[in-house]
Design a protein around this ligand. Structure first.
Ligand code: BV8
Ligand code: ZN
Length: 242
């Protein structure tokens, strides 16, 4: 990435009236939270496929294995710190933030939960898999093991959207609206391979937004980029938003 691209991108953002960020696991990579693509860097889980574990089928097949996997991820997230990209995004109170990430690093960096859209839910709470409506906040540093819903006796599971599950309508509608209305969509650290979330990038482009991508490599969104800045989010985002 050269400095003139950085300047151009920074000018586009400063002149825009409505900037929305759209982030994926790469935003948290420099905080030590493994991405899905190289989830295998998370040691003990090298022999498991996240796509299998993050699914209702995986939970049905081996609920203890799935809950233990989330407990391990929760402990990782608890000891992780927001990186410079999270902090830079949090410094821009006028922006709206859409994330596929289930960690709480943007919130811990100071992003107002009211302007944060967690498309795939949050690892910081559990709810009843039998949908009685019971939910509870989780202590990420001391996560629960597999346990029954205290209200109906069903199974408690993380409040994330698993593969094969629908996204929450409220989050989806808010994200769609933001992508349609924004002038600049700042796409950070996503392979843009997970749908329907990745479809929001095409929607935003077709509604006239300028697409700026920050990623360490090309991605499923590269063909939509007006500008693609190659490098670490933790280094580039603070320059773009200062
Ligand atoms: C659904 C929560 C249907 C769990 C997650 C077409 C339409 C609709 C659905 C589908 C479709 N095609 C296929 C599907 C099914 C599926 C899907 O998309 N599969 C993919 C893999 C092909 N989608 C679903 O199942 C969705 N649900 O469609 O329901 C339905 C309809 C009606 C009725 C019932 C059902 C649900 C998808 C949500 C899944 N849940 N997370 C959990 O986390 O435990 S998704 C999960 O994947 C995470 O959210 C994670 O964020 C995401 C992976 O994507 P990325 O964030 O992009 O991360 P990735 O590792 O891939 O990439 C990281 C990037 O960062 C890389 O590009 C890398 O280069 C870059 N990077 C690394 N370091 C840095 C960096 N960049 C900058 N700086 C760095 N330092
Ligand atoms: Zn219940």
């Amino acid at each position: 990435m050269n400095s003139s691209e950085l300047r151009t991108a920074s000018d586009l953002i400063s002149k825009a009236s409505r900037v929305v960020s759209f982030s994926g696991a790469g935003l948290s990579a420099e905080s030590g939270v493994a991405t899905f693509r190289d989830a295998n860097t998370q040691g003990v889980w090298t022999k498991f496929d996240p796509m299998k574990l993050a699914s209702p089928q995986g939970f049905q097949d081996d609920p203890k294995l799935v809950i233990d996997w989330y407990a391990d991820r929760r402990r990782y997230v608890a000891q992780a710190q927001p990186n410079a990209a999270h902090v830079a995004l949090a410094s821009r109170g006028e922006m709206q933030h859409i994330t596929q990430n289930v960690d709480d690093l943007l919130i811990r960096a100071g992003v107002d939960p009211d302007i944060l859209i967690q498309l795939h839910g949050t690892i910081a709470s559990d709810h009843c898999h039998d949908l009685c409506g019971y939910e509870e906040a989780i202590n990420l540093s001391d996560p629960p093991s597999l346990h029954a819903c205290p209200r109906c006796g069903g199974s408690m599971r993380p409040s994330v959207v698993w593969f094969g599950e629908s996204l929450l309508p409220e989050a989806w509608n808010k994200a769609e609206q933001a992508c349609i209305e924004c002038d600049v969509l700042l796409v950070i650290g996503t392979s843009a391979e997970v749908y329907p979330a990745a479809g929001l990038l095409d929607l935003s482009k077709s509604n006239g937004a300028t697409i700026i991508i920050v990623n360490t490599e090309s991605s499923g969104a590269s063909h939509l980029a007006d500008l693609e800045l190659t490098g670490n989010a933790g280094e580039i985002i603070p320059h773009l938003l200062r």
